[in-house]
Ligand binder design. Structure first.
Ligand code: SAH
Length: 351
């Protein structure tokens, strides 16, 4: 039991069961007890590790892809260089270092970070000077060059189980002083009408309510002012099955006994992103390993390897493999780009 589970069981006793999205929002972002609000969860000493924490190569190559798009689009000045959910700020710091010598890029860039956690904002401020936002709607009306790595997986999702032509929603209930999973009565869900064609009784599908408005805010700035977005995460083209996972100390845990102490995420439905980009365009969904190889990660690794030997060299080789190998992050993680009509797709991605 945690302080947060006591709060939530009391709330459920008073107001009835809560859906998974409300539960995830409390678990991750409760101002006092939420997982992200109270700690820096990243890295070897934390609960999980992300691509920018594995190697500087990740942020460097993303930086070059953004620069290429900025040049392709006529070097707009000023422009908004934005990141969603920057964690420790490592990716943005690596990106800025790698792009420092590009004439005019830093002079034109205004760095904006979207982050709700005060703890992580403080970490980011150690590495980057920026303007912070609680959400995407307050990003400036400017050309937008944006990166989001492992941001969308942290957005709360609702889960539904098919029952005839309706759905039972997965709800969080209280059993005594413990939290448990339950199912709502069957009801029609208009947003899932199209899923009646490709699911069967008992199948589980997920919806991320925050995903369409965030995506369309970004895409409409790109459509109006130019720019690109690179969205990188684990997931697939269409949601199917229970993908919610809780992780603590690099190991899976029960999402209902550890609330506030474990990271809770769900796979990203990239089709849902693609449906919200219009009138801007979206690229083909591309495995992270393929994307990084196209951007030149092998050449970059060889350059970094030249002066190294022993453990340092082994660490670099392992990081390259971890980011790109299909058995590691190379194919579970995928990339989709958003770009304006009349501009080429971002480097490493195809229309
Ligand atoms: N991109 C980083 C961190 C990933 S962890 C990396 O790759 O290392 C998820 C990040 O998103 C954290 O910084 C978390 O605080 C932030 N985050 C999660 N939900 C958010 C929300 N709704 N609004 C803004 N930031 C959020």
């Amino acid at each position: 039991m945690t302080a947060l589970s006591d709060l939530l069981t009391a709330r459920i006793a008073a107001d009835g069961p809560m859906n998974l999205a409300d539960y995830m929002a409390e678990a991750l972002m409760h101002p006092e007890h939420g997982y992200y609000s109270t700690r820096d969860p990243l890295g070897a000493a934390g609960d999980f590790i992300t691509a920018p924490e594995i190697s500087q190569m990740f942020g460097e190559l993303i930086g070059l892809a953004l620069v290429q798009a900025w040049i392709d689009q006529g070097q707009p000045n000023p422009f908004c260089l934005a990141e969603l959910g920057p964690g420790r700020g490592t990716l943005m710091a690596d990106l800025l270092r790698a792009t420092a010598k590009v004439p005019g890029f830093h002079a034109a860039a205004q760095v904006h970070l979207v982050e709700t956690s005060p703890t992580l904002r403080a970490e980011q401020a150690k590495r980057v000077s920026a303007t912070w936002h609680d959400g995407t709607t307050t990003l400036p009306d400017q050309p937008l060059f944006l990166i989001a790595n492992e941001f969308f997986d942290a957005l709360p999702i609702r889960q539904f189980q098919r029952d005839g032509s309706g759905w039972r929603e997965v709800m969080v209930t209280a059993q005594g002083d413990a939290l448990a999973k339950g199912l709502s009565p069957t009801k029609p869900i208009p947003e899932l009408k199209h899923r009646l064609d490709d699911t069967r009784d008992g199948d589980i599908v997920e919806i991320c309510p925050a995903l369409p408005p965030i995506t369309s805010t970004i895409a409409s700035r790109i459509d109006t002012h130019g720019g690109i977005a690179l969205i990188i995460d684990y997931g697939d083209w269409r949601s199917l099955g229970d993908t919610v996972q809780a992780v603590q100390n690099h190991a899976p845990v029960d999402a209902f006994t550890t609330v506030g102490e474990a990271d809770i995420t769900a796979h990203v439905d990239f089709e849902a992103i693609s449906l919200a980009t219009s009138p801007a365009k979206f690229t083909r969904l591309t495995p992270q390993g393929v994307f990084l190889e196209r951007l030149g990660i092998t050449q970059r690794a060889q350059t970094l390897a030249a002066p190294l030997s022993g453990d340092a060299l082994d660490t670099l080789v392992a990081a390259h493999r971890r980011l790109t190998d299909p058995a590691e992050m190379g194919s579970l993680f995928k990339v989709i780009g958003i770009y304006p009509n009349g501009a080429p797709p971002p480097a490493g991605l195809e229309p």
